[in-house]
Design a protein around this ligand. Structure first.
Ligand code: IPE
Ligand code: IPE
Ligand code: MG
Length: 244
Protein backbone atom coordinates (compact mmCIF):
# COMPACT_ATOMS: atom_id res chain seq x y z
CA UNK A 1 0.00 0.00 0.00
CA UNK A 2 1.20 3.47 -0.86
CA UNK A 3 1.34 4.93 2.62
CA UNK A 4 3.58 7.82 1.60
CA UNK A 5 2.67 10.38 -1.04
CA UNK A 6 3.79 8.85 -4.37
CA UNK A 7 7.01 10.42 -5.66
CA UNK A 8 5.41 11.63 -8.89
CA UNK A 9 3.01 13.91 -7.02
CA UNK A 10 4.00 17.42 -6.00
CA UNK A 11 3.22 18.02 -2.37
CA UNK A 12 2.75 21.77 -2.85
CA UNK A 13 0.20 21.25 -5.63
CA UNK A 14 -2.19 18.83 -3.95
CA UNK A 15 -5.88 19.73 -3.83
CA UNK A 16 -6.75 21.01 -0.36
CA UNK A 17 -10.27 19.67 -0.66
CA UNK A 18 -11.42 16.65 -2.66
CA UNK A 19 -15.12 15.90 -3.27
CA UNK A 20 -16.38 12.54 -4.56
CA UNK A 21 -19.62 11.37 -6.17
CA UNK A 22 -19.40 7.71 -5.20
CA UNK A 23 -21.31 6.21 -8.09
CA UNK A 24 -21.57 2.69 -9.52
CA UNK A 25 -22.20 0.50 -6.47
CA UNK A 26 -25.26 -1.09 -8.09
CA UNK A 27 -23.47 -1.82 -11.36
CA UNK A 28 -20.50 -3.26 -9.48
CA UNK A 29 -22.80 -5.63 -7.57
CA UNK A 30 -24.56 -6.63 -10.77
CA UNK A 31 -21.23 -7.40 -12.43
CA UNK A 32 -20.44 -9.75 -9.54
CA UNK A 33 -23.89 -11.36 -9.65
CA UNK A 34 -24.74 -9.88 -6.25
CA UNK A 35 -27.72 -7.83 -5.00
CA UNK A 36 -27.28 -4.02 -5.21
CA UNK A 37 -26.92 -3.67 -1.47
CA UNK A 38 -23.69 -5.67 -1.55
CA UNK A 39 -22.28 -2.93 -3.75
CA UNK A 40 -23.12 -0.35 -1.09
CA UNK A 41 -21.44 -2.44 1.55
CA UNK A 42 -18.28 -2.71 -0.52
CA UNK A 43 -18.51 0.97 -1.40
CA UNK A 44 -18.38 1.85 2.28
CA UNK A 45 -15.01 0.06 2.56
CA UNK A 46 -13.76 2.04 -0.44
CA UNK A 47 -14.70 5.30 1.28
CA UNK A 48 -12.90 4.27 4.43
CA UNK A 49 -9.74 3.53 2.43
CA UNK A 50 -9.97 6.84 0.57
CA UNK A 51 -10.37 8.77 3.81
CA UNK A 52 -7.26 7.15 5.21
CA UNK A 53 -5.38 7.74 1.96
CA UNK A 54 -6.27 11.46 1.94
CA UNK A 55 -5.15 11.68 5.54
CA UNK A 56 -1.87 9.83 4.79
CA UNK A 57 -1.10 11.99 1.78
CA UNK A 58 -1.81 15.30 3.50
CA UNK A 59 -5.12 16.31 1.90
CA UNK A 60 -6.99 18.52 4.34
CA UNK A 61 -10.61 17.85 3.44
CA UNK A 62 -12.69 15.10 1.85
CA UNK A 63 -16.40 15.43 1.06
CA UNK A 64 -18.39 12.37 -0.04
CA UNK A 65 -21.88 12.23 -1.55
CA UNK A 66 -23.57 9.38 0.32
CA UNK A 67 -27.28 9.97 -0.31
CA UNK A 68 -29.04 12.56 -2.44
CA UNK A 69 -32.46 14.14 -1.91
CA UNK A 70 -33.46 12.20 -5.05
CA UNK A 71 -32.27 8.83 -3.71
CA UNK A 72 -35.48 8.52 -1.62
CA UNK A 73 -37.08 7.49 -4.88
CA UNK A 74 -35.26 4.13 -4.80
CA UNK A 75 -36.91 0.90 -3.63
CA UNK A 76 -37.72 1.04 0.08
CA UNK A 77 -35.52 -1.93 0.92
CA UNK A 78 -32.47 -0.26 -0.66
CA UNK A 79 -33.14 3.02 1.18
CA UNK A 80 -33.59 1.14 4.46
CA UNK A 81 -30.40 -0.79 3.91
CA UNK A 82 -28.44 2.42 3.25
CA UNK A 83 -29.80 4.13 6.37
CA UNK A 84 -28.90 1.19 8.58
CA UNK A 85 -25.50 0.87 6.86
CA UNK A 86 -24.69 4.52 7.65
CA UNK A 87 -25.66 3.93 11.26
CA UNK A 88 -23.62 0.73 11.61
CA UNK A 89 -20.54 2.28 10.02
CA UNK A 90 -20.68 5.31 12.29
CA UNK A 91 -20.96 3.19 15.38
CA UNK A 92 -18.18 0.89 14.22
CA UNK A 93 -15.72 3.54 13.00
CA UNK A 94 -16.03 6.28 15.60
CA UNK A 95 -13.22 4.96 17.77
CA UNK A 96 -10.83 4.73 14.83
CA UNK A 97 -11.81 8.20 13.60
CA UNK A 98 -10.92 9.53 17.06
CA UNK A 99 -7.55 7.75 16.97
CA UNK A 100 -6.85 9.13 13.51
CA UNK A 101 -7.91 12.64 14.53
CA UNK A 102 -10.68 12.85 11.89
CA UNK A 103 -13.28 15.61 12.19
CA UNK A 104 -16.52 14.29 10.76
CA UNK A 105 -19.45 16.43 9.72
CA UNK A 106 -22.73 15.64 7.96
CA UNK A 107 -24.38 18.03 5.54
CA UNK A 108 -27.88 17.89 4.11
CA UNK A 109 -31.38 17.97 5.57
CA UNK A 110 -30.65 15.60 8.45
CA UNK A 111 -34.10 16.10 9.99
CA UNK A 112 -35.61 13.57 7.57
CA UNK A 113 -33.20 10.76 8.49
CA UNK A 114 -34.25 7.99 10.92
CA UNK A 115 -33.96 9.32 14.47
CA UNK A 116 -31.52 6.60 15.53
CA UNK A 117 -29.21 7.66 12.67
CA UNK A 118 -29.62 11.31 13.62
CA UNK A 119 -28.50 10.45 17.15
CA UNK A 120 -25.42 8.58 15.86
CA UNK A 121 -24.58 11.53 13.59
CA UNK A 122 -24.89 14.05 16.43
CA UNK A 123 -22.68 11.89 18.64
CA UNK A 124 -19.94 11.50 16.02
CA UNK A 125 -19.93 15.21 15.17
CA UNK A 126 -19.75 16.21 18.83
CA UNK A 127 -17.04 13.68 19.70
CA UNK A 128 -14.77 14.62 16.80
CA UNK A 129 -15.44 18.39 16.77
CA UNK A 130 -12.09 19.29 18.33
CA UNK A 131 -9.98 16.85 16.33
CA UNK A 132 -7.23 18.47 14.27
CA UNK A 133 -6.86 16.01 11.37
CA UNK A 134 -8.71 15.72 8.08
CA UNK A 135 -12.12 17.40 7.73
CA UNK A 136 -14.43 14.62 6.54
CA UNK A 137 -17.84 15.75 5.29
CA UNK A 138 -20.60 13.30 4.40
CA UNK A 139 -23.48 14.61 2.29
CA UNK A 140 -26.57 12.70 3.40
CA UNK A 141 -30.06 13.63 2.22
CA UNK A 142 -28.18 16.36 0.45
CA UNK A 143 -29.40 18.27 -2.59
CA UNK A 144 -27.66 21.34 -3.99
CA UNK A 145 -30.90 23.07 -4.89
CA UNK A 146 -32.45 22.31 -1.52
CA UNK A 147 -29.34 23.73 0.17
CA UNK A 148 -29.59 26.96 -1.82
CA UNK A 149 -33.32 27.29 -1.06
CA UNK A 150 -32.81 26.89 2.68
CA UNK A 151 -30.04 29.51 2.58
CA UNK A 152 -32.40 31.90 0.73
CA UNK A 153 -35.11 31.34 3.31
CA UNK A 154 -32.75 32.07 6.22
CA UNK A 155 -31.47 35.23 4.53
CA UNK A 156 -34.97 36.40 3.53
CA UNK A 157 -36.11 36.05 7.13
CA UNK A 158 -33.32 38.36 8.28
CA UNK A 159 -34.24 40.91 5.62
CA UNK A 160 -37.90 40.72 6.63
CA UNK A 161 -36.97 41.19 10.28
CA UNK A 162 -35.02 44.30 9.29
CA UNK A 163 -31.68 42.95 10.50
CA UNK A 164 -30.11 42.60 7.05
CA UNK A 165 -29.93 45.00 4.11
CA UNK A 166 -30.47 43.33 0.72
CA UNK A 167 -27.28 45.00 -0.53
CA UNK A 168 -25.35 43.25 2.25
CA UNK A 169 -26.07 39.87 0.61
CA UNK A 170 -22.69 39.03 -0.85
CA UNK A 171 -21.18 35.77 -2.06
CA UNK A 172 -19.38 35.48 1.29
CA UNK A 173 -22.58 36.01 3.27
CA UNK A 174 -24.49 33.56 1.12
CA UNK A 175 -21.81 30.88 1.52
CA UNK A 176 -22.10 31.26 5.30
CA UNK A 177 -25.71 30.05 5.07
CA UNK A 178 -24.85 26.90 3.16
CA UNK A 179 -24.37 23.58 4.97
CA UNK A 180 -20.69 23.74 4.04
CA UNK A 181 -20.02 27.02 5.88
CA UNK A 182 -16.46 27.05 7.14
CA UNK A 183 -15.29 24.33 4.73
CA UNK A 184 -13.47 25.68 1.66
CA UNK A 185 -14.77 24.89 -1.84
CA UNK A 186 -13.56 21.61 -3.40
CA UNK A 187 -10.53 21.89 -5.69
CA UNK A 188 -11.13 18.50 -7.26
CA UNK A 189 -14.40 16.66 -7.94
CA UNK A 190 -14.15 12.95 -8.70
CA UNK A 191 -17.06 10.99 -10.13
CA UNK A 192 -16.80 7.25 -10.65
CA UNK A 193 -18.68 4.98 -13.08
CA UNK A 194 -18.45 7.30 -16.05
CA UNK A 195 -21.54 9.49 -15.65
CA UNK A 196 -20.81 13.02 -16.82
CA UNK A 197 -23.15 14.91 -14.53
CA UNK A 198 -23.27 16.67 -11.18
CA UNK A 199 -26.53 15.04 -9.95
CA UNK A 200 -27.40 17.99 -7.68
CA UNK A 201 -24.13 17.86 -5.71
CA UNK A 202 -22.54 21.07 -4.29
CA UNK A 203 -23.99 23.29 -7.03
CA UNK A 204 -22.62 26.49 -5.51
CA UNK A 205 -19.33 25.13 -4.18
CA UNK A 206 -18.17 23.41 -7.38
CA UNK A 207 -18.05 26.67 -9.37
CA UNK A 208 -14.32 26.30 -10.08
CA UNK A 209 -13.58 22.70 -9.13
CA UNK A 210 -11.53 20.59 -11.52
CA UNK A 211 -13.55 17.55 -12.61
CA UNK A 212 -12.19 14.04 -12.93
CA UNK A 213 -14.50 11.36 -14.25
CA UNK A 214 -13.43 7.73 -14.43
CA UNK A 215 -15.24 4.65 -15.73
CA UNK A 216 -14.07 2.71 -12.69
CA UNK A 217 -17.01 1.74 -10.49
CA UNK A 218 -16.89 3.11 -6.95
CA UNK A 219 -16.16 -0.19 -5.14
CA UNK A 220 -13.03 -0.57 -7.37
CA UNK A 221 -11.76 2.98 -6.76
CA UNK A 222 -8.55 2.23 -4.85
CA UNK A 223 -5.38 4.18 -3.99
CA UNK A 224 -3.96 3.61 -7.44
CA UNK A 225 -7.10 5.09 -8.99
CA UNK A 226 -6.94 8.07 -6.64
CA UNK A 227 -3.28 8.49 -7.53
CA UNK A 228 -4.32 8.67 -11.22
CA UNK A 229 -6.89 11.34 -10.38
CA UNK A 230 -4.27 13.43 -8.57
CA UNK A 231 -1.80 13.09 -11.47
CA UNK A 232 -4.53 14.38 -13.77
CA UNK A 233 -5.35 17.23 -11.37
CA UNK A 234 -1.71 18.32 -11.18
CA UNK A 235 -1.57 18.66 -14.97
CA UNK A 236 -4.45 21.13 -15.03
CA UNK A 237 -3.99 24.84 -15.57
CA UNK A 238 -6.45 26.47 -13.18
CA UNK A 239 -7.08 29.88 -14.68
CA UNK A 240 -10.21 30.95 -12.78
CA UNK A 241 -11.33 32.94 -15.82
CA UNK A 242 -8.11 34.91 -16.06
CA UNK A 243 -5.30 34.98 -18.62
CA UNK A 244 -1.68 34.36 -17.83
C1 IPE B 1 -23.95 5.10 -5.69
O1 IPE B 1 -24.11 3.91 -6.39
C2 IPE B 1 -24.44 5.01 -4.26
C3 IPE B 1 -25.64 5.80 -3.95
C4 IPE B 1 -26.27 6.58 -4.77
C5 IPE B 1 -26.15 5.69 -2.61
P1 IPE B 1 -25.46 3.59 -7.15
O2 IPE B 1 -26.36 2.86 -6.22
O3 IPE B 1 -26.02 4.82 -7.74
O4 IPE B 1 -24.94 2.59 -8.27
P2 IPE B 1 -25.42 2.54 -9.77
O5 IPE B 1 -25.28 3.91 -10.34
O6 IPE B 1 -26.85 2.09 -9.74
O7 IPE B 1 -24.50 1.56 -10.42
C1 IPE C 1 -25.44 10.47 -7.18
O1 IPE C 1 -25.56 9.21 -7.75
C2 IPE C 1 -25.77 10.41 -5.70
C3 IPE C 1 -24.80 9.74 -4.86
C4 IPE C 1 -23.66 9.23 -5.25
C5 IPE C 1 -25.16 9.66 -3.45
P1 IPE C 1 -26.94 8.73 -8.43
O2 IPE C 1 -26.69 7.35 -8.92
O3 IPE C 1 -28.06 8.94 -7.49
O4 IPE C 1 -27.07 9.78 -9.62
P2 IPE C 1 -27.80 9.65 -11.03
O5 IPE C 1 -29.18 9.13 -10.77
O6 IPE C 1 -26.99 8.70 -11.85
O7 IPE C 1 -27.76 11.03 -11.59
MG1 MG D 1 -25.79 5.71 -9.55
Amino acid sequence: MLKQLPADLQIDRLPRHVAVIMDGNGRWAKSQGLPRIMGHRRGADTLKDLLRCCSDWGIGALTAYAFSTENWGRPLEEVDFLMSLFERILRRELKEMMEEDVRIRFVGDLSLLPSSLQAEIAQSMADTANNQGIQFTVATNYGGRQEIIQACQAIAQQVQAGTLEPTAITEELFAKHLYTAGIGDPDLLIRTSGEMRISNFLLWQLAYAEMYITDTLWPDFDRQEFHNALISYQKRDRRFGKVK
